[in-house]
Write a protein that binds this ligand. Structure first.
Ligand code: NZQ
Ligand code: ZN
Length: 388
């Protein structure tokens, strides 16, 4: 196991009826800006619950943060923060709203010329100051509610990139499983797949004697297999399954299972280009890359693929020599069982054309990822060509 430090200061407030508790979690004298997306919170009652809990606070609001939050939209919120002397951000939404809040929190204090530099030049580590953030999570998927990452899109430049900083860990995140009742099945499917891939990015590399992290990762993967079908049930929704769905997504990317182990993140890097260029939802972009990337790297990842197959995907009986391929197939079959396609062609995209366009896109970013830092833009193109 590699040396590591672990730090995660986010308070989690979990359970039915928890939104009312934000009243005591946000300082009474704070000037609060509630950030939200395209309006789902106005239809499902979450907006009213938040407004009611904060009726004695100075509350401002900024809606319209789109999925894959756009730099231009977020900069409008930064203006509002400055104009109204906002000193607390409350993100009410999924990964896009939370990531947007993290960007606004640092951009509001940024002294340089253009806050986009924080993202494009990876300046997260030098950030000294950010506004405090609280979260009411409405879509379990990204883990952003308990991590230091933020992924921002710049539509004008055709880019999507991330930054990380300790300063943007949320102070608290409220996780009420009942807020997931208004999610369309497709979003639940996306959340389950995103969490699954987060776990594999930190697990499916090479063995390093990290038994604790391996078993934690496998436990989370098995939990996803156990609850997926029930979590997708809508009529009526299953509270217990939704609770586990919510908590497993948080645990998949709150940095705990990733301590002291090699990490990959190339599926995410390639996926971000697919979202920027073709508008695939984040989880959709991951599912059309991962199985092919694993096949492309099956020799380097062989030991962990065998372990995953044996311990999680029930690949025990076949001949040892066949088990790696069977494991990758079982993984793709699990995604299919959730209704998630695993090929570019399923979206009407031509893999050869996509491969070339993504290669150029990634070359511009000097893309290098993978646990051995050996997945380049050219490899990404080879991987995408297989996605048919
Ligand atoms: O905008 P509204 O109207 O609220 O609708 C949203 C949005 O259209 C809807 N939604 C959210 N909660 C709902 C709901 N609809 C009904 N009922 C509810 N309770 O869901 C749609 C998608 O929301 P979004 O926040 O975009 O989804 P997600 O949570 O998957 O976030 C995706 C973004 O997070 C980034 C992705 O790249 C993408 O930009 N990621 C962030 C990470 C992080 N910070 O650690 C890691 C991830 O790997 C990921 O890259
Ligand atoms: Zn993800």
């Amino acid at each position: 196991m590699n040396n590591f430090q672990f730090y995660n200061p986010t308070r989690i407030v979990f359970g039915d009826g928890s939104i009312a508790k934000i009243k005591k979690l946000i300082p009474r004298k704070a000037r609060v800006l509630m950030l939200y997306g395209g309006g789902s919170i106005k239809k499902n009652g979450v907006y009213l619950q938040v407004a009611d809990a904060l009726r004695k606070h100075d509350l401002f609001e900024f809606g319209g943060i789109e999925p894959n939050p756009d730099y231009a939209t977020l900069m409008k919120a930064v203006k509002m923060v400055k104009k109204n002397k906002i000193d607390f951000l409350l993100a009410v939404g999924g990964g896009s709203v939370i990531d947007g809040a993290k960007f606004i929190a640092v951009a509001a204090h940024y002294q340089g010329e253009d806050p986009w530099d924080i993202v494009s030049q990876g300046l997260g580590s030098i950030i000294k100051k950010a506004l405090p953030i609280g979260v009411v999570l409405t879509l379990p998927a990204t883990g952003s509610e308990m991590n230091r990452n933020s992924v921002i899109s710049h539509r004008e430049k055709g880019e999507k990139a991330s930054f990380g900083s300790e300063k943007v860990f949320p102070k608290f995140s409220v996780l009420d499983p009942k807020v997931t009742y208004s999610l369309p099945k497709e979003q639940i499917r996306n959340g389950l797949v995103d969490a699954y891939v987060h776990i594999l990015e930190q697990y499916l590399t090479y063995p390093i004697g990290a038994e604790v992290q391996d078993r934690q990762a496998e436990g989370l993967l098995l939990a996803i297999h156990d609850i997926a079908e029930r979590a997708l049930q809508t009529d009526p929704p299953d509270y217990v399954a939704r609770s586990n769905y919510m908590w497993v997504c948080t645990n998949a990317l709150n940095h705990l299972i990733g301590v002291g182990v090699p990490q990959d993140w190339s599926t995410h890097g390639i996926g971000h280009s697919l979202t920027a260029l073709y508008g695939l939802a984040h989880a959709e972009s991951l599912a059309v890359v991962l199985p092919w990337l694993l096949w492309y790297k099956r020799e380097q990842k062989q030991e962990k693929l065998l372990q995953l197959g044996y311990r999680v995907l029930d690949q025990k009986s076949q001949k040892y020599s066949e088990r790696v391929d069977q494991t990758i197939e079982a993984l793709a079959a699990f995604f299919h069982s959730l209704g998630m396609p695993t090929t570019l062609t399923a979206y009407g995209l031509d893999p050869d054309k996509v491969a070339e366009e993504v290669r150029e896109h990634l070359e511009r970013q000097d893309f290098v990822r993978g646990e051995h830092r050996d997945i380049t833009a050219a490899d990404a193109a080879e991987i995408l060509r297989l996605s048919r």
